[in-house]
Design a protein around this ligand. Structure first.
Ligand SMILES: Cc1cc2nc3c(=O)[nH]c(=O)nc-3n(C[C@H](O)[C@H](O)[C@H](O)COP(=O)(O)O)c2cc1C
Length: 324
């Protein structure tokens, strides 16, 4: 099997050379992970969400361990798109990375401005992931909980002039309606899922821990939620490409998201334990597929098959392990 084609995946109109990306906000704005892995080997480096303006984010501490997962309240700190284009992106390109920019805003117009600033980005910025899990300045609702507001953001983001992916929230029972609305508005893919709302109380005071009072919960405990969300959206909208993310710690976790319906996966919190995680997981996912005689793209949606043998293709081969 030719290894270059067996690793490639398609996400909408885009072909990525490999299936694993970093998750936005967990790999910095630039080459922070370059000392640990070859960024050019990944499907893409998805950078932390950027606004049209510089933003300080929340005061520290911003991370808090919570069970087997992590709460963060970073608050979307970032230098703004123009600064990122001038100061962070060049090193990413020099490192050979395929780059996905991520944007946020507090109004449709703020998203439009961030997307407009990305219109001049070089071709190595192959897509824009639109982080819709932000509160709307003009109302209480998070964008990703409202199908028509989410669609309006995606329509506005088209000015970036490249494929837009809509990053959706698991904190709503409307995820299929939102996915359908953003697809109709032009999103080439949905990225599922952002963090779950979480909280930790202080053991001594019994009060919410400031860094974890309104945090986003990520890591291993989020994984089953991500698998379910990907599965449900793929079942409802089988032609909509999905990028799966949430609690991916090993090759089987990545394979699980793809079997559920994802075309590619992202690794986030696992990188806080092992900064090489995205590269390690990608290599072992590709080995897992090769052991079964499958290309990685062939995994997509296999959990929805019917009328086929119970085992996954290749499962009868000797020496095939669980990938963990
Ligand atoms: C510290 C931290 C910062 C994050 N920042 C962003 C962000 O800026 N934009 C975004 O779309 N998602 C952000 N996320 C969410 C991740 O991209 C990802 O969707 C989520 O953490 C689930 O994946 P994981 O369990 O592999 O971390 C952040 C997550 C963490 C842990």
């Amino acid at each position: 099997m030719d290894s270059s084609t067996s690793a490639a995946v398609r996400v909408g109109s885009l072909t990525l050379n490999a299936p694993v990306m970093t998750a936005s906000g967990t790999a910095g704005h630039g080459v922070e992970l370059a000392p640990y892995l070859d960024l050019g080997e990944l499907g893409a480096v998805v950078v932390k969400s950027l606004a049209a303006f510089e933003w300080q984010g929340n005061p520290g501490p911003r991370l808090h361990a919570a069970g087997a997962g992590m709460l963060n309240s970073v608050g979307l700190q970032g230098p703004g798109v123009e600064h990122w284009l001038a100061h962070d992106l060049p090193a990413l390109i020099d490192a050979g990375a395929t780059v996905v920019a991520s944007i946020w805003g507090r109004s449709v117009d703020e998203y439009r401005r961030a997307a407009q600033l990305l219109a001049v980005a070089p071709a190595q910025v192959v897509a824009v992931e639109v982080n819709l899990s932000c509160p709307n300045l003009h109302g209480q609702e998070v964008f990703a909980h409202d199908p028509s507001l989410s669609a309006a953001v995606i329509t506005a983001a088209a000015v970036c002039g490249r494929p837009c992916w809509a990053k959706l929230s698991p904190n709503t029972d409307k995820v299929i309606e939102v996915a359908s609305a953003v697809a109709a508005a032009g999103a080439e893919a949905v990225t599922l899922v952002n963090t779950l709302r979480g909280m930790v109380l202080d053991r001594h005071s019994g009060l919410p821990v400031p860094s974890a009072a309104g945090g986003g919960y990520s890591g291993q405990p989020l994984h089953a939620v991500a698998v379910r969300t990907v599965f449900d959206v793929h079942a409802a909208l089988p032609h909509l490409p999905i990028v799966g993310v949430g609690g991916v710690n090993n090759a089987w976790d990545a394979a699980e998201l793809m079997l559920a319906g994802a075309s590619a996966v992202q690794v986030g919190t696992a990188s806080f334990v092992n900064p090489r995680a995205a590269g390690d997981i990608q290599r072992s996912l590709l080995a897992w597929c090769a052991n079964r005689g499958l290309t990685v793209a062939e995994l997509t949606g296999l959990a929805h098959r019917s009328g086929l043998p119970a085992g996954l293709p290749g499962d009868c081969r000797p020496g095939v392990d669980g990938g963990r």
